[in-house]
Design a protein around this ligand. Structure first.
Ligand code: URA
Length: 240
């Protein structure tokens, strides 16, 4: 791979723009300026490069976790709020990163993003039931009947089969931890409403066995590594 292609693959613009960035001497590898766009490069795992003094890891595919704040839409073309893509470097949009499913604008927590179409499909396909763990703050005190309904299944408007919570654990009187397998529109809010309560705040804590890192500030993102991807494919531990 040459340097122009490397930058192009990582979302630094059109081929012409990438060629320009290199030719202007703005790229360094291992501290050395590399200004020949067609210089051959051995792209090995762990390759890092600098553009305008900013260090980037080379990633064949981008897998990202964002701690989504409230007030952001997952669409690239948002209707009423800013897009989550405002929180990410523009290179990600350029290389085709999309959100893996969607969270409502007022939902906070773990949002995955990737430019790997097969990965996005695998984690959003209704056939592949990926457990997702949410913390829902509710308006009315939780009671056992509501928790049982959530576990046994509630019929949502317009659905033919009940939606079931794999786990519904009371964290306190106003906070329930819900594990769901599907990702229907407003799924958790509708399930809680059907069980006789109302979601006031919603936060996603886990997808599969991958938990939102406690060190990831609201609005911040990080790359997912192999261990994170393996965790995503595991079942979450939902024991209280
Ligand atoms: N369920 C909801 O109701 N909203 C979300 O954002 C995610 C799951």
């Amino acid at each position: 791979m040459d340097l122009e292609t490397l930058l192009f693959s990582q979302g630094f613009g059109s081929r012409r723009q990438c060629r320009g960035i290199v030719a202007e001497g703005r790229v360094r590898i291992a501290g050395v300026v590399r200004d020949d766009p067609h210089a051959d490069l051995s792209v090995t795992p762990g390759l890092e490069f600098e553009v305008d003094d900013h260090l980037w890891p080379y990633r064949e595919k981008a897998y990202i976790a964002l701690n989504k704040p409230a007030g952001y839409e997952c669409s690239r073309d948002p209707q009423h709020h800013l897009s989550v893509f405002h929180l990410l470097p523009p290179q990600f949009v350029e290389r085709g990163v999309q959100s893996v499913g969607r969270l409502d604008q007022d939902t906070t927590g773990l949002l995955l993003l990737s430019d790997d179409g097969a990965f996005v499909h695998a984690f959003t396909s209704p056939k592949r039931k990926v457990p997702k763990v949410y913390l829902a703050t509710v308006r009315h005190p939780l009671d056992d009947a509501q928790l049982s309904k959530l576990r046994e299944g509630v019929l949502l408007h317009g659905e033919s089969k009940p939606s079931v919570a794999l786990a519904a654990v009371r964290r306190d009187e106003w906070l329930v931890e819900l594990t769901v397998l599907e990702g229907k529109y407003h799924q958790v809010k509708r399930m809680v409403a059907a069980a006789g309560n109302r979601v006031e705040k919603l936060h996603r804590e886990r997808v599969g066995g991958y938990a939102l890192p406690g060190t990831l500030a609201e609005g911040a993102w990080r790359w997912l590594d192999e261990a994170d991807l393996a965790a995503l494919r595991r079942e979450p531990d939902t024991t209280p």
